[in-house]
Design a protein around this ligand. Structure first.
Ligand SMILES: *[C@@H]1O[C@H](CO)[C@@H](O)[C@H](O)[C@H]1NC(C)=O
Ligand SMILES: *[C@@H]1O[C@H](CO)[C@@H](O)[C@H](O)[C@H]1NC(C)=O
Ligand SMILES: *[C@@H]1O[C@H](CO)[C@@H](O)[C@H](O)[C@H]1NC(C)=O
Ligand SMILES: [Zn+2]
Length: 597
């Protein structure tokens, strides 16, 4: 009882902060304008200004527009919120007869605008919260040339007085991709030398895929002398041996950096959460709390609440394995908004860079089978150990051999524990043999997939894997039909944060401009999911993947009131319109945290 009161008052504070940050000013001027010009209409709009009462209903004016995602995918006209909970759903008539009779005052009804719909709060099952925020401080992903990037870095320093004055501070940016530039060449340290603001400053710019660093001369000097070669990485050099300023893969670890300050972390966090709430996200699964981020989230929690729900995966360090010893899980901290009861382990690398562990050589490189990031015997042991200790075990696995090794361990764990009850997850689950697709369903393993990766990788995947094995890559429909539970994520900042990008990719298997290597029917169209299946991937299945399906993931009486108002009916409109859909409001615990209702 006491607990639920604390929850509601805290979330009210949160929602006030957030909505004044997001829509407050525009809303006020809109109200002013309307009330001056059209007093009658103005009166109607005043309802948006009055704070939401403890209990209220949200309805569509005509027809059922609330996609509940309950067991039968029921669509209803109204939902009723009391405090932080959904307490009723149904037609306007039914809800009215139940609630108007009951209360001594009329239950206020908010109507969603024409064309809008409501879906459960959206969840991202695989993302990197602080990394996204860090990547947005100086984002280079839209630049198309070296010159453009140099001027972005320069601007960044000029508008940031503190940074401008502190010449010793290293400038960090993220997201360049030389393959997207008009001239597709590797950049060099010289690029910064001709600019008076940048010359003599340490600049460290991370590539979009995180596999390369581009350094200024000063930054290179700070890590000199560089080793001749680097195991597991590359140092680009000129003919005379001088480093050019680009480091690949493992060689990136030569750059230490001072690490973010508390203020940096707070800024990164706020940046991510503001964007997330504006995209309708109400829960995020963080795919790997490094010790620094875990400590940050613990400090935030100690202050009271969090503005969004966070499900954390503890980072497992394969270099110094603290076997099964992660102390105790964090359960329902921050008024239920922070839970950390899973561990994230890396099995292999990535497909694009050739690090995905395959059982047979790459089709385009008969010498190469990729690699495991952790010795297979150790992987096997730690998976079983963590399961026996009661942790949910979430393993990054891309190649068919990596997925097989992980499933073998899950299967062997059966002799000690009820594996499906621990809901282990394959993070990415990208490439699977037909036998392993069936094993996922049989063992009750969750496939934590990123549909947007499928449409990013479809352009080169067949070249790398050949015509047979490629059929087992991103085989979402096969996974679903064999009893696999698919939880959707974006892997932001690697892909676009907007969950509708994943929804669109999963149901079309087309790039955002409507194309694919197989034409406009989509890439392996038999692997498309239905809209209902895809919506489950970002709601109830994601809730299940975080042990939260009893409280979250659908609009059902008794669950917490997390829901989103979308400007268009994504379950019916033509697919090419889906990405034009806007979020009108995001509601957590019954209170708007973005937009308004
Ligand atoms: C779903 O439909 C079945 C069969 O009509 C019914 O028995 C069940 O109660 C329904 N469940 C929900 C949650 O509405
Ligand atoms: C496990 O971790 C805790 C906390 O860091 C530490 O105190 C303890 O000694 C560790 N136990 C083992 C067996 O390593
Ligand atoms: C294992 O757990 C699942 C889910 O909690 C349950 O349905 C099943 O009965 C359990 N199996 C055994 C053998 O206990
Ligand atoms: Zn990730």
């Amino acid at each position: 009882m006491t607990e639920s009161r604390i929850t509601s008052s805290d979330s009210v504070v949160n929602s006030k902060e957030n909505s004044s940050r997001t829509g407050g000013e525009t809303r006020k001027s809109l109200i002013l304008l309307i009330s001056l010009v059209l007093p009658v209409v103005g009166f109607f709009y005043l309802s948006i200004l009055t704070p939401l009462p403890e209990a209220y209903a949200v309805c569509s004016r005509r027809g059922a527009k609330i996609y509940t995602v309950d067991d039968n995918d029921t669509v209803v006209q109204c939902l009723v919120v009391h405090n932080t909970f959904i307490v009723d759903t149904g037609s306007l008539e039914d809800v009215s007869s139940r609630w108007f009779a009951r209360s001594s005052f009329p239950l206020p009804i908010r109507y969603i605008s024409r064309g809008s719909i409501i879906v459960p709060g959206l969840m991202d099952s695989h993302a990197h919260i602080l990394e996204y925020g860090a990547s947005r401080q100086l984002f280079l992903g839209d630049a198309r040339s070296i010159q453009e990037i140099v001027s972005l870095v320069r601007q960044h320093i000029l508008v940031n007085a503190e940074m401008y004055d502190d010449k010793l501070r290293s400038i960090e940016g993220w997201g360049w991709d030389h393959l997207s530039w008009s001239v597709k060449e590797w950049p060099t340290a010289d690029a910064f030398e001709s600019d008076p603001v940048l010359r003599d400053r340490s600049v460290v710019l991370r590539s979009k895929d995180g596999h390369a660093l581009w350094l200024s001369k000063k930054a290179l000097e700070s890590i000199a002398p560089l080793p001749r070669d680097f195991e597991g990485g590359v140092i680009f050099r000129r003919e005379n041996g001088e480093p050019t300023g680009v480091l690949l893969d493992g060689a990136q670890s030569l750059v230490k950096g001072s690490g973010p300050t508390e203020q940096d972390l707070l800024r990164h966090f706020t940046t991510t959460i503001d964007d997330a709430l504006s995209f309708g996200l109400t829960s995020i699964h963080d795919a790997g709390f490094q010790p620094v981020s875990l400590a940050f989230f613990e400090r935030q929690t100690a202050k009271g609440s969090l503005p969004i729900r966070i499900y954390g995966m503890r980072h497992f360090n394969e270099k110094s394995p603290d076997l099964g010893n992660l102390s105790i899980p964090i359960l329902n901290a921050a008024n239920g908004r922070l839970n950390v009861r899973s561990v994230k382990i890396f099995a292999d690398g990535a497909l694009r860079s050739g690090g995905a562990a395959l059982c047979a050589p790459y089709f385009d490189n008969p010498e190469e089978k990729g690699f495991m990031r952790i010795e297979e015997q150790l992987l096997h042991e730690v998976i079983i150990q963590y399961l026996r200790d009661g942790w949910q075990v979430n393993v990054h696995a891309i190649g068919d051999c990596a997925n097989k090794a992980v499933l073998d361990a899950f299967e062997d764990a059966l002799q000690y524990v009820n594996v499906s009850a621990l809901r282990p997850r394959l993070e990415h689950a990208q490439m699977l043999t037909p036998e392993d697709v069936m094993r996922i369903g049989r063992l009750g393993v969750i496939a934590s997939v990123q549909p947007a990766h499928a449409t990013s990788d479809m352009w080169y995947a067949e070249e790398r894997l050949g015509p047979e094995r490629v059929k087992g890559l991103y085989a979402f429909r096969s996974l679903h039909d064999n009893g696999g539970i698919l939880a959707f994520g974006s892997d932001f900042p690697v892909e676009d944060m907007n969950p509708l990008s994943g929804f669109y990719a999963a149901i079309t298997r087309l790039s955002q401009d409507g194309t694919s290597p197989k034409g406009s029917v989509g890439w392996f169209p038999e692997q498309r999911l239905t809209r209902e299946q895809a919506l489950r991937g970002m709601t109830i299945n994601a809730a299940y993947a975080s042990f939260a399906e009893e409280r979250l993931g659908s609009i059902v009486p008794g669950k917490l009131a997390d829901f989103v108002v979308l400007s268009q009916d994504i379950m019916r409109i033509p697919v090419y319109q889906i990405l034009k859909t806007k979020v009108r409001a995001t509601i957590i615990d019954g209170r708007p945290v973005y937009g308004y209702i």
